[in-house]
Design a protein around this ligand. Sequence first.
Ligand code: UDP
Length: 140
Amino acid sequence: MALERTFSIIKPDATKRNLTGAIAAKFEEAGLRIVASKRIQLTLAQAQAFYGVHKDRPFFGELTEFMISEPIVVQVLEGENAIAKNREVMGATNPAEAAEGTIRKEYALSIGENSVHGSDAPETAAEEIAFFFSGLELVG
Ligand code: UDP
């Protein structure tokens, strides 16, 4: 099976609590290779563009303000079935529903401040990687 790439964000609630390394370790333990990684501070316009698909949802304002509240760490993860594997390691959106051992079960504070983002399909993974990284930054 071919290697797949997915896009990940370690969100502000996690960077603020110094959980970047603990979360990266979860990815690596699951067999995902971190092929690109950088710590950045989003502008409101960038957060709104990234979460554009949610612009009509009631939580859009809160979500975008949260995403600019602290720096984030954006990463590209590579591995067999990377998209599904990452979603499994992340756990359910709502930490109250997340399985034992998942990142959100262990670290998320709420359904909004839930520590990580991960792409949900090959098309969104490609778009999200291109939003944050140039080809030169991806070192497989
Ligand atoms: N979110 C929220 N309230 C909700 C649902 C989602 O604040 O009721 C936020 C949460 O941070 C979530 C993000 O919006 O991670 C994107 O939602 P999605 O349904 O795509 O969940 P995900 O793919 O991140 O599990």
